[in-house]
Design a binder for this molecule. Structure first.
Ligand code: GLU
Length: 314
C-alpha cells in the first residue's frame, strides 16, 4: 500500500462505476474494499462516474448507484455530487482532456468494421481478437466514419499487483493496436480511465479482477503520456454457483432492491464482510465504518454466492 505516493501525495483511491446497470452485491463488495483500503490508509476517496459510453449510460442509474453506496455507509471526498479540485467527476464532461491526450499519441484512423475484423480471422487470444493492423498504413475505407487506434509499442509490460502478484503481458502481441475512440466518436474506456486516473492524482487503483487484463494496456498508455502509474490491486469477484462473475442472471438481489425492500445496510455489510473473511459468521450486522482497519488485501480469495445468506436472513 502506498500511503504516500512517489510524488509525496497522500493516498488517493477511487471507485469508478459505469451507470449502465444497478449495483449488485459484487460491485458493492468491490466498492467496500476500495473504500476500506483508502480509509485504512487515511487517504482520500474519489467517486468518478464512467459514463463514457453515451449509448449505455443513464443518469437515473447514476443517481441510484450513488444512493445505494451512501446507504451502505460508503462516502467520498470528491465526486459528481460533492465537487472537488479535480472535477468534473463525470467522464461525459471530460472530453477535452481525452482530446488532449489523443493529440499526444501516435494514432491512425481505422475503418475496419466488426464484420471485417471477424473475416480476417484475427488471432484469438482468450476471447479477445488481436487487431491485425489492417489500417496501419492508411484507412482502407477512409470515407466511412473511422475509429482511432494507437500504434501500440511492442514489448512486455510488467507490474506487481497488490493482490494478484507479478503480472506481465506483451500488449501489442496480444491485442494489437488499441482502440482509443470508436467510429461513433465515443472514447474508449482504456484512454478515459488512464487520463482520469492521472489527472485526478489517483495513487491506488483497487478494482475488480475482471479488469486485470486492462492494466498492462493502461500502464503502456500512462507511460506514453509521461504520467505517473498508480499502484494496482485487482480484487476477487463474488462468483455465482457456476463459477462465473456474479451478475443479474444469477438472481442475486441488487442493492436498490435490498434498500427499497427494507433490508438493514448493516446486514448487507456484515454479509459482504463475512464473504471477505474479515468478520466471523456470528456477526450479523456491522457498519462499513466499523470495518476500517480489518481488511488485509493480500488475504482475499474468490468467493461463492455470499448473497445467499442475505436472501435467507432478510
Ligand atoms: N467503469 C469500470 C466499470 O464499471 C471500472 C473502471 C475501473 O475501475 O478502472 O467496470
Amino acid at each position: 500500500m502506498s500511503e504516500v505516493s512517489a510524488v509525496g501525495e497522500l493516498y488517493r483511491g477511487r471507485f469508478a462505476p459505469s451507470p449502465t446497470g444497478r449495483i449488485h452485491l459484487g460491485n458493492a463488495r468491490t466498492a467496500l474494499i476500495a473504500w476500506l483500503d483508502a480509509r485504512q490508509a487515511g487517504g482520500r476517496f474519489v467517486m468518478r462516474i464512467e459514463d463514457v459510453d453515451p449509448l449505455r449510460s443513464r443518469p437515473e442509474l447514476e443517481a441510484r448507484l450513488l444512493a445505494d453506496l451512501r446507504w451502505l455507509g460508503i462516502d467520498w471526498d470528491e465526486g459528481p455530487d460533492v465537487g472537488g479540485p479535480f472535477g468534473p467527476y463525470r467522464q461525459s464532461a471530460r472530453s477535452e482532456l481525452y482530446e488532449g491526450a489523443l493529440a499526444r499519441l501516435a494514432t491512425y484512423r481505422c475503418s475496419c468494421t466488426r464484420r471485417e475484423l471477424r473475416a480476417t480471422g484475427a488471432v484469438l487470444e482468450g476471447e479477445e481478437p488481436r487487431y491485425p493492423g489492417t489500417c496501419r498504413e492508411g484507412a482502407r475505407a477512409p470515407a466511412r466514419a473511422t475509429a482511432i487506434r494507437w500504434r501500440t509499442p511492442a514489448g512486455t509490460v510488467a507490474f506487481a499487483d497488490r493482490v494478484m502478484g507479478p503480472i506481465s503481458q506483451d500488449v501489442a502481441a496480444t491485442v494489437g493496436d488499441l482502440l482509443l475512440r470508436r467510429s461513433d466518436g465515443a472514447w474508449a474506456y482504456q484512454l478515459a480511465v488512464v487520463v482520469d486516473d492521472a489527472a485526478m492524482g489517483i495513487t491506488d487503483v483497487v478494482r475488480g479482477a475482471d479488469l486485470l487484463s486492462s492494466t498492462p494496456r493502461q500502464l503502456l498508455l500512462l507511460r506514453a503520456l509521461d504520467a505517473q502509474a498508480p499502484s494496482y490491486a485487482h480484487v476477487p469477484l463474488i462468483l455465482g454457483e457456476d463459477g462465473q462473475k456474479l451478475s443479474k442472471r444469477h438472481g442475486a438481489p441488487d442493492i436498490s432492491a435490498l434498500r427499497e425492500g427494507g433490508a438493514a445496510p448493516e446486514r448487507v455489510i456484515a454479509a459482504l464482510a463475512g464473504s471477505l473473511g474479515i468478520v466471523g459468521p456470528e456477526v450479523q450486522a456491522i457498519t462499513a465504518a466499523e470495518l476500517v482497519g480489518a481488511l488485509d488485501l493480500r488475504r482475499l480469495r474468490p468467493t461463492k454466492v455470499a448473497w445467499e445468506r442475505l436472501s435467507r436472513g432478510g
